[in-house]
Design a protein around this ligand. Structure first.
Ligand code: NAD
Length: 463
């Protein structure tokens, strides 16, 4: 361990231990025992936020960005330490990406019509207090990303995080409120409770002062917010296939696919989860993945052992495998390899459980198909109608167009690793809340605002 690494390790241990020993987190800004108290504090903070100028909101956002850069290592370590998922190096990159590329107030624009009968504006105003539910897979990244966008829109936010990531979330929420206070803003622009549960979530969802809910997680939570009777943004599960056709640069495709799939141990919902390869290039692709990209080819016996390990007897995902490295997963089935092994690969039918299920771990099955057309059909089947993310490696624009139309997903990366869609080695802004089910796509400040028309009759037109 280097001196810097030891320092971060010590800070993380201290923060986690303090939270554990006291059993409470008093002294942390924005953290309450009771959900109703948290919501009330958020209501008070929002009364102040909505009177602030856009410039004042930007000053807070810019301090949030600064603190996110400064705390990237601590937050990454806390996330891995608390959830057991992902890897520190990639989580650090995700925090820098969040700090740099999540848009602020510039994302919100006004529409104007002027003419003989006056001037009409459509301005995007805040919903007020937003209720947000966040996943264990990107805990602090999602909280920071949501906070920047929601605050830019003039809102405050009440979080009900995944219980397995509550300490990381509490640390992040404290950091965000410190940024607000330092910039002259109010405390409690983001709040949460010490012990988030389904009950605290239900209180939040039912509260009459919360008019917008934002859920980032699996199908259960998205269905819960969509059944609440309130406006809801649902960023749900995916199972992104990546199709490789005969026109692709196969060597580059192998590298991009393994890089995308192994990023943060495959936790991002957009990451490549299975390959569909046209027969004529499938062997070459597999060879490049194994010979140049640190992939381990799993035999039938190892695949069977992985199925036994990765799923519980009832067929649910074993949380002890989610977000673990290929090295750890292989050790669980009795295979010892070094850290140079980044991904487990094999060839199988599309129905193979390690291919059909969204695993969120670096296991990449490849389905061989006779033709591009069969590949599209297979990829549509594997995506399970989530309409979330799909990727393709091809030089044929007709193939790319056909694939994009058939998959109909919020994200489609062509000839690159999946994370290019988050602005990491690709153009465009970053978000960790991709509203696949409700259609907002990659959420940003504008997603957290409501439309207000303001009309002046017969005046203010100076054309
Ligand atoms: P999860 O669904 O187990 O939990 C997500 C959040 O929802 C947690 O805070 C959890 O406590 C809460 N929750 C779960 N069921 C609930 C219910 N019935 N009522 C209220 N709250 C409920 O997911 P996870 O393991 O934390 O994250 C992984 C899942 O999230 C994957 O399916 C992944 O694809 C998805 N995800 C999607 C996006 C996106 O932007 N679309 C981003 C990250 C993760």
């Amino acid at each position: 361990m280097s001196v810097d690494e030891r320092m971060v390790h010590d800070i993380v241990q201290k923060v986690m231990a303090n939270m554990q020993i006291s059993g409470s987190v008093s002294g942390m800004h924005g953290v309450f025992k009771d959900m109703n108290d948290a919501i009330n504090a958020s209501i008070e903070a929002q009364k102040k936020v909505c009177t602030m100028t856009l410039d004042q909101r930007e000053q807070i956002i810019s301090l949030i960005r600064k603190k996110t850069h400064e705390n990237a290592e601590i937050l990454a370590n806390m996330g891995v330490n608390e959830t057991g998922m992902g890897n520190v190096g990639d989580k650090i990159l995700k925090h820098h990406l969040t700090a740099d590329k999540v848009p602020g107030t510039e994302d919100i624009s006004t529409i104007a019509w002027s003419g003989d009968r006056g001037l009409t504006l459509v301005e995007m105003g805040p919903f007020g207090v937003i209720g947000a539910i966040t996943p264990a897979t990107n805990p602090s990244e999602t909280v920071i990303c949501n906070c920047i966008g929601m605050l830019a829109g003039g809102n405050t936010v009440v979080f009900n995080p995944h219980p397995n990531a509550k300490k990381t979330t509490i640390y992040t929420i404290n950091m965000i409120n410190e940024a607000s206070i330092e910039a002259g803003g109010p405390d409690n622009i983001a709040v949460t409770v010490e012990a988030p549960t389904l009950d605290t979530s239900a209180i939040m969802m039912k509260h009459p002062s919360i008019h917008l809910l934002v859920a980032t997680g699996g199908p259960g939570v998205v269905t819960a917010v969509l059944s609440s009777g309130k406006r809801a943004i649902g960023a749900g599960a995916g199972n992104p296939p990546v199709l490789v056709d005969e026109t692709a640069d196969i060597r580059k495709a192998a590298q991009d696919i393994v890089n995308g799939c192994t990023f943060d141990n495959n936790l991002p919902c957009i990451a490549e989860k299975e390959i569909v390869a046209v027969d004529s290039v499938a062997d070459e692709l597999m060879n490049y993945m194994i010979s140049e990209n640190g992939c381990y080819l799993a035999s039938k016996e190892i695949q069977d052992k992985l199925v036994q390990t990765v799923f519980t007897p009832k067929g649910a995902l074993n949380r002890k495998c989610v977000g673990r490295s290929a090295q750890t997963l292989l050790a669980m089935v009795g295979v010892n390899v070094g850290p140079e092994i980044r991904c487990i690969v094999f060839e199988g039918q599309k129905e193979h459980p390690l291919i059909a299920e969204e695993l969120m771990m670096p296991i990449l099955g490849m389905v061989r198909v006779k033709s591009f057309e069969e590949g599209v059909e297979t990829a549509v089947w594997l995506e399970h109608g989530n309409r979330h993310s799909a990727h393709i490696h091809s030089k044929n624009v007709d193939h790319i167009t056909t694939y994009a139309r058939a998959l109909d997903t919020a994200i489609l990366v062509k000839n690159g690793p999946s994370y290019a869609a988050l602005g990491f080695g690709g153009e465009g802004y970053c978000t960790f809340t991709i509203a696949s089910r409700t259609g907002e796509g990659l959420t940003a400040a504008h997603s957290f605002t409501k439309s207000r028309r303001c009309t002046m009759s017969d005046s203010l037109c100076i054309r």
